[in-house]
Design a protein around this ligand. Sequence first.
Ligand code: SF4
Length: 63
Amino acid sequence: MKINIDKEKCTGCGTCVALYPQVFTLDSDGKSKVVDQKSCETGECDCQVAVDSCPSQAISLKK
Ligand code: SF4
């Protein structure tokens, strides 16, 4: 699974960063970016939780 952030939709609220700081960080533009795809693939990050927790539906998972 690959995590994708839709920067157009992301408001930079920081929820995903608070949940999984090893996977998400806030970029210099104030939007979320993925810094560790592997945690999603290995299951260390329950990325579906991040998807469901994003208030802007900016996070999606792709196979
Ligand atoms: S939870 Fe969603 S809107 Fe908030 S920073 Fe993460 S991707 Fe952006």
